[in-house]
Design a protein around this ligand. Structure first.
Ligand SMILES: *[C@@H]1O[C@H](CO)[C@@H](O)[C@H](O)[C@H]1NC(C)=O
Ligand SMILES: *[C@@H]1O[C@H](CO)[C@@H](O)[C@H](O)[C@H]1NC(C)=O
Ligand SMILES: *[C@@H]1O[C@H](CO)[C@@H](O)[C@H](O)[C@H]1NC(C)=O
Length: 428
């Protein structure tokens, strides 16, 4: 299938970014059309608006960069520009780019200087493989050198996305850089083994401040998939009440460093539900409730995100009911006034990229439900492989949109048969 770029209703009025022939006079003629990305974004009830008041949402893919190496994946196989072009060819308008707090901790430990990609690859993959993979990265991405830092790679990903008009949503995926997530991985909940609350707020502030240099950084998450720790002291604070305390700290940390970005709130049980926030019920075991007044001056920056992996769903209507009760009710225009209104996004869902799974209940239900709600989403996952995952180097990702060497779609029938339409219908 020949790919075409679906245009947003508003974007179709826009003229592309100024090129060589750009002049003030030209600017006069297009005064009604703001330059992409036309932020900062704000929320208005269940909608996100750009600076002109036009609705905007996300249709994109997760691009992981939070595992052991703490560098966005895939760069030993393709250039950043090639990977971003692939995303763009789907008509997608955004990426969810993940990072680990450990990266920022290490910047602080070494007096403000991030570690080089050479050191990062060798530390994570060993001397021989780390050096070999580094050299592959340098061959595919010749603007980098061995002394380029991890954060400079994030900068380069953001810059290429800006060039190709892809919004960046920056996601704090984990504290210690490793494959995420389980209840026993020490990163599960505030105060867990690796999850220092102070390091977390410091890391959020750092990235929010740093991200001011990315014109296309539109939003940031507080934390991926909060979950009950399998063991340890942090278990005792696993509740909605404590969640709210931490969420307010994290949101303030981001907003005070970067007042422009939207802030995404994720729920309990691996971010599968935010029901008490939406339905305005007690944040147990306390009796307090979520209130926009607790986010004074930036109540219009809050977006809800949930994840759904009900891959064995056998009924689309029950899956839709679950999504509604888990959080999407916040987008229902006919919901009663007691329901808190927010934009809601499904920032993770995914499945085996083969020739048939996408035709099943789960994938096909989401492919119709999300565009029908005009809800934003990020599919898990772009990666065809990881530098290392759970101790296995060059790990093949069978859920990856891309194949092992990130050169082509893993399931072309899914892309042509459903994904392109899902993107188009979400953004139309
Ligand atoms: C956003 O979209 C909704 C539904 O299509 C529409 O009712 C609303 O007017 C839109 N808002 C703006 C500012 O275009
Ligand atoms: C080094 O890389 C090779 C090729 O990918 C792999 O077979 C080997 O297991 C790696 N070594 C380690 C220690 O993982
Ligand atoms: C917090 O960051 C410091 C470096 O500033 C580091 O030494 C410490 O181990 C980090 N805490 C955790 C729990 O990772």
């Amino acid at each position: 299938m020949k790919l075409s770029f679906p245009l947003l209703g508003f974007a179709s009025l826009c003229i592309a970014a100024p090129g060589p022939g750009y002049s003030e006079q030209h600017d006069e003629r297009i005064h009604h059309a703001a330059a992409w990305p036309n932020g900062p974004f704000v929320t208005s009830g269940r909608w996100i608006h750009d600076a002109s008041g036009a609705n905007v949402t996300y249709a994109g893919a997760n691009w992981p960069g939070a595992a052991d190496v703490m560098i966005p994946e895939g760069l030993q196989y393709q250039s950043i520009a090639t990977i971003v072009s692939k995303i763009k060819s789907l008509g997608m308008n955004s990426i969810r780019l993940t990072y680990a707090i450990q990266m920022i901790d290490e910047i602080y430990s070494s007096g403000g200087k991030d570690v080089s990609i050479q050191k990062a690859f060798v530390q994570a993959l060993g001397q021989a493989n780390g050096t070999r993979v580094l050299n592959q990265v340098l061959a595919k991405n010749p603007s980098f050198t061995a002394s380029t830092t991890r954060l400079e790679v994030f900068d380069a990903v953001a810059a290429e996305c800006a060039k190709q008009q892809i919004y960046v949503h920056l996601d704090n995926h984990i504290s210690k850089g490793t494959w995420c997530c389980s209840a026993g991985d020490g990163n599960s909940w505030w105060g867990d083994t690796y999850f220092s609350i102070a390091n977390w707020t410091r890391g959020l502030s750092y990235m929010a401040e740093h991200g001011k240099s990315w014109p296309n950084l539109m939003s940031m998450s507080l934390r991926n998939e909060p979950r009950e720790p399998a063991s340890g002291l942090a278990r005792s604070t696993y509740s909605w009440q404590s969640w709210y305390t931490y969420i307010k700290q994290g949101a303030a940390a981001i907003h005070s460093s970067n007042p422009d970005v939207l802030i995404f709130l994720s729920g309990l049980s691996f971010d599968t539900f935010l029901t008490p926030v939406v339905q305005n019920t007690a944040l147990t075991p306390g009796t307090g409730k979520f209130t926009f007044a607790d986010f004074l001056g930036y109540a219009d920056k809050l977006v809800l995100e949930i994840h759904n992996y009900e891959n064995s769903a056998s009924s689309c209507s029950s899956l839709q009911n679950n999504l509604y009760n888990d959080g999407f009710q916040a987008m229902d225009p006919s919901a009663t006034a007691s329901i808190n209104k927010f934009p809601v996004m499904l920032t993770e869902f995914g499945f085996q990229m083969d020739s048939t799974t996408w035709k099943g209940v789960y994938a096909s239900c989401l492919a119709s439900y999300l565009p029908a709600q005009k809800a934003g989403w990020f599919i898990w996952v772009l990666s065809g492989s990881y530098y290392i995952r759970s101790g296995t180097q060059d790990y093949d990702e069978s859920w990856g949109l891309l194949n092992h060497d990130w050169s082509a779609w893993r399931s072309p029938s899914y892309v042509d048969g459903a994904l392109l339409t899902m993107v188009k219908n979400t953004l139309s």
